[in-house]
Design a binder for this molecule. Structure first.
Ligand SMILES: Nc1nc2c(c(=O)[nH]1)N[C@H]1C(S)=C(S)[C@@H](COP(=O)(O)O)O[C@H]1N2
Ligand SMILES: [Mo]
Length: 311
């Protein structure tokens, strides 16, 4: 298995970044001293270095406990606590990703084969959900661009389509038509190739837990959370803009682009402020920024577009 869990480290021990950094330093040192038994036990993939990405923010991290217990993953139910409770039933190893459409290297890839030649990076991204809450998460992952380039898309590939597993035996809410399963999403090719866009395999130095979209999920930090599709089993290169699940369910409320934008209210609520998760009972509210604060990096992708219409 490319990605390992470390049974010695309990979830509740991984609570803050200092601890986490210290442990990583220790493991690096141990590896340097040739203590083979210790090296590779935490960091994925076993043999590779993890680069600290220049794209990270330095904001205070959300606690591991909050990131892994307050989730949206409707295949397991609509309540924020359902994914943690029920997603264990999903089997994430072995895991196959089917690559399809306009590219030179289509096929069914084991997760290991899909990611093996690539370098895992750690990136600390602000993650904002459409319902007005935000987290800051230290992700582990690979740039989506690196995966796309390996698949050699042809000139007809203008968008990338993604699909989540939809197995009623493993996902208890699939039997309810809450959404049109499988959950699907899409990005325009330039968004997909943007260096901020990653395929995440872990967070806080550990493999993703199922509730966060194990073993492979998208993270697009300047967009609302629903673009960041979880537990991906299919990646397809397509010519025209794909439909996405939330737009299918309510196209007045959710667009294709889903760029974080305080000036475009959701029909049922303002999007001007966000609750920072984990900031206590008297939750801290923060002003939401255009493109979730990543305006300098991504605004040029949308120059000339009316962001009120293309929301
Ligand atoms: N397959 C799938 N992916 C999904 C969802 C979902 O219900 N199913 N929810 C989305 C929404 S609305 C959000 S806010 C994020 C939440 O990610 P997190 O639970 O890791 O914070 O996942 C997104 N990806
Ligand atoms: Mo969301």
């Amino acid at each position: 298995m490319l990605i390992r869990n470390n049974s010695e480290i309990k979830e509740n021990q991984v609570t803050d970044y200092q601890d986490y950094q210290k442990r990583r330093e220790f493991i690096k040192t141990a590896a340097g001293l040739g203590l083979a038994a210790l090296s590779g036990s935490l960091i994925q993939p076993a043999s590779a270095k993890i680069l600290k990405s220049p794209y990270s923010t330095s904001e205070k991290l959300t606690d591991y406990e909050d990131i892994t217990s307050y989730n949206n993953f409707y295949e397991f139910g609509t309540s924020k606590s359902d994914p943690k409770r029920y997603a264990k039933a999903m089997k994430t190893s072995p895991w196959t990703v089917s690559v399809e459409g306009h590219c030179e290297k289509p096929g069914k890839y084991n997760l290991e084969d899909l990611l093996k030649p690539l370098t895992v990076e750690e990136r600390i991204y602000r993650f904002r959900c459409v319902e007005g809450w935000s987290m800051v998460i230290p992700w582990l992952g690979v740039p989506l661009a690196d995966v796309i380039k390996r698949m050699k898309p042809t000139s007809r590939a203008k968008f990338v389509y993604f699909e989540t597993l939809a197995d009623p035996k493993q996902m208890r809410a699939i039997k309810h038509q809450i959404l049109d399963w499988p959950y699907v999403e899409g990005l325009r090719m330039d968004e997909a190739l943007h260096p901020l866009t990653i395929l995440a395999t872990g967070l806080y130095g550990k493999d993703l837990l199922n509730q966060n979209g194990a073993p492979l999920r998208l993270v697009v930090p300047w967009k609302y959370g629903f673009k960041s599709i979880k537990s991906i089993v299919k990646i397809r290169f397509v010519e025209s803009q794909p439909m996405n699940t939330w737009r299918k369910s309510s196209q007045d409320e959710y667009g294709f682009y889903a760029n974080v934008n305080p000036d475009v209210p959701h029909p049922r609520w303002s999007q001007r402020r966000e609750r920072v998760i984990g900031s206590g009972f008297f939750s801290r509210k923060k002003k939401t920024r255009l493109f979730n604060g990543y305006e300098d990096q991504v605004a040029s992708l949308y120059s000339g577009m009316d962001l009120g219409k293309n929301f």
